[in-house]
Design a binder for this molecule. Structure first.
Ligand SMILES: Cc1ncc(C[n+]2csc(CCOP(=O)(O)OP(=O)(O)O)c2C)c(N)n1
Length: 380
């Protein structure tokens, strides 16, 4: 990896596709993730294995607050200190980044507060070190050293380093944005130079500025090409008017709700990408965002269905058919029809890397469409 490689960040051309990058640092990063929540139980296994193999090292896992919304993360909140107390786990440090931000907005506002889950770490057996200024590198460095020493001194007590952070720190626009500027692609280089000036208070290293300037130039060239192409092209009159499934889905749900049908949307932080956010904005009283918790979303919908609502759940196909598969089966067995809209099927989410490519979605969703009796799984 070089400094210049960062340019292609979050694209199919890059080694840095945005998720799952343990191959880049095989000496130190043994497991990495994309689907939120799984890194914690994976690191639980790693620390147990290190203990069994008598490896002299500390396991460090970094977990975001939205990833902590997943059930499998909460399982490990209990399991790690529980097994550690029995002397079965190597020294363990969990680093939590708590910025109250998920993908589609603020966690507390859209869903519910996660503070109770973190407050419950200490009673479950964690040695909790809380850092209020989680964007202050010096403070965090010292707190991490303290955490490592504590974990090594007493492996029976895993350490949770709870960092209160601000997403998009250093740039006013991203700090204020409710998504914190999540995944801002470097190919959209319009603002890069200004942002670097802002971060460094107009004293950025020249090498960094040159790098940003090149990115901006690439962006300007590509915008100019697009404009020239648009100006040259004859106005097209398509034979068939095409609509994205994302737009059609919300439109259909809105029409159904206006006609009096008890449609209810249960989302898991991806409504902006699946299209359901349009419905959620039009019918806030008929909408919930359960946070990053796909199993919970589908099972909640099953409950709604039994009371006569028409629940629509939505997420990316990869998460729907993996984390949501057993809940879909259980909904079907209780004859609780759920409309499941799983977008970004197959290879469509190529840029997010292999962990986001739903290559098994047909096999995984077919049985549900068949025996749901009125329910359906749509993949688009
Ligand atoms: C299982 C799963 N569901 C949904 C997503 C899509 N997704 C990517 S990032 C994100 C939330 C971002 O918030 P957080 O994890 O707290 O990160 P931070 O705010 O610190 O950037 C979501 C829902 C995912 N990667 N995995």
């Amino acid at each position: 990896m070089t400094f210049r490689d960062l340019r292609a960040f979050r694209s199919i051309q890059s080694k840095l596709t945005g998720h799952g990058e343990s191959h880049l640092n095989p000496e130190g990063v043994l497991l990495s993730n994309g689907p939120l929540g799984s890194s914690l139980p994976q690191s639980q296994g790693l620390a147990i294995a290190d203990h069994l193999a008598k490896n002299d090292r500390v396991t460090i896992c970094v977990l975001s607050d939205a990833a902590a919304m997943e059930g499998e993360a909460k399982e490990s909140f209990s399991a790690i200190p529980g097994f550690a107390a029995k002397g079965l786990v190597n020294p363990y440090v969990l680093v939590i980044t708590d910025n109250d931000t998920k993908l589609s907005g603020r966690i507390t506002k859209d869903s519910f507060s996660m503070q109770g889950s973190f407050d419950a770490l200490a009673p479950q057996g964690w040695h909790v070190i809380k850092v209020e200024k989680g964007n202050d590198l010096q403070t965090v460095y010292q707190a991490l050293e303290k955490a490592l020493s504590a974990a090594q001194a007493d492996p029976k007590k895993p350490v949770a380093l709870w960092l209160k952070t601000v997403k998009g720190f250093g740039i006013k626009a991203t700090e204020e944005s409710s998504s914190g500027g999540h995944g801002f692609p470097l190919t959209s280089g319009e603002k890069i130079t200004d942002w670097i000036h802002e971060i460094y208070n107009n004293a950025a290293p020249q090498e960094f500025l040159d790098w940003a300037q090149e990115l901006k130039k690439l962006w300007e060239d590509s915008e100019a090409k697009k404009a020239a192409k648009a100006a040259a092209a004859a106005p097209a009159t398509p034979a068939i008017k095409k609509t994205k499934i994302q737009t059609g889905l919300s439109k259909g749900a809105i029409t159904a709700a206006k006609e009096g049908l008890p449609v209810f949307s249960v989302a898991a932080d991806l409504a902006g990408s699946t299209g359901m956010s349009t419905f959620q904005k039009s019918f806030p009283d008929r909408s919930l965002d359960v946070g990053v918790a796909e199993s919970n979303m589908i099972s909640t919908a099953a409950g709604l269905s039994k009371v006569g609502f028409i629940p629509i759940v939505d997420t990316f196909a990869q998460f729907g058919v993996t984390k949501g598969n057993l809940p879909l089966t259980m909904a079907a067995l209780s004859q609780a029809p759920v409309i499941a809209v799983f977008s970004h099927a197959g290879f469509q989410d190529a840029a997010d890397g292999a962990s986001h490519q739903a290559t098994t979605y047909i096999a995984a969703s077919q049985p549900h469409s068949a025996y749901c009796g009125g329910g359906a799984v749509l993949c688009g």
